[in-house]
Design a protein around this ligand. Sequence first.
Ligand code: NAD
Ligand code: TYD
Length: 333
Amino acid sequence: MNLLIVGGAGFIGSNFIRHILKKYPTYRVINLDKLTYAGNLNNLKDIEGNANYQFIKGDIADERTVKKVFRLNKIDAVINYAAETHVDRSILDPSAFIKTDILGTYNLLEGIKEYKIAKYIQVSTDEVYGSIEKGKFTEESPFKPNSPYSASKAGGDLLCRACVKTYGLPIIVTHACNCYGPYQYPEKLIPLFITNIIENKKVPLYGEGQNIREWLYVLDHGNATDFILHKGKVGEVYNIGSGVEKQNLEITHFILDELGKDEAMIEKIKDRPAHDFRYALDCTKLKRLGWQSEYDFPSALRETIRWYLANDWWWKPLKSGGYLEYYKKQYQR
Ligand code: NAD
Ligand code: TYD
């Protein structure tokens, strides 16, 4: 199978490419990625020389770039990971989110229509459903996005829906909960807190740290996407979750304990605007199809902490430049 992985130099995409090349030695992977601040060829250093792997630098918001990739390559399936992904950045400046997450998705959909691609997976998030106090979101739950990030993702997902209904395109949309694991850019909660503590810096917890997220190990996201690529039904939507719900404060304490530090390292700061209280997914549909997660939370989070301890060559350069401190200060104004 020839796969076009879009946004494969980011966190989830790079872990997925590594998984595919290892598990299916006959598959060929093209990785189309703009290499934004979040895209990093260091995420794929170990597979650079693999004969089944090719990297193309390009922006999916540029229609000509996308068309050219489809014209020049034989592609059986497309998996779209490319997006602007950080809620805090979307609050400060949504423009790139609109371009990549909506216009970029549109360009890919035009590509699969014109070149009659057999399968397209739109990798999306539970955040499009909004926040839920009790119970879980199913695939039928309405979209109620609260941040420019989730609104842009919802826009891309709705275009996918429209293309299924209007043109019968072979699209599957997935909505996953929060992922963690190696190669996650150190601006998201888990890698930011791990790396700050390793550097002996305080960790900026929004509000009282009561907000709840459902946490999925990145390799479980990968094996779910692999499963959906091979067994998922086109035109369908699948939630991908773990059932592991944690308050941010619990996550913080877990990391502090593992690294031998105490709560003196916590700095409670002003809350994120429109901060979603809780996300939780009902994954009955995917489980009925036969998928189940393979990794348990404490071991996988411990493994993740060990990975950041052993790989500061990877994350230290990403933390320079002061951007993280800059946007935290914006919240304090
Ligand atoms: P990431 O921010 O780590 O990586 C995004 C990748 O997309 C980067 O390699 C970047 O260079 C690339 N990209 C951005 N704009 C592009 C453009 N215009 N053209 C081509 N490439 C572009 O993101 P991630 O955490 O790996 O998330 C991947 C996908 O999974 C996203 O669509 C996100 O919404 C979704 N998702 C993420 C999570 C999570 O917890 N991280 C959970 C559920 C869903
Ligand atoms: P994040 O990793 O940004 O993912 P998302 O907002 O997309 O779920 O944040 C996860 C949770 O952690 C969220 O409730 C916000 C909180 N958080 C902090 O308290 N401090 C931080 O510095 C960050 C980045 C997040």
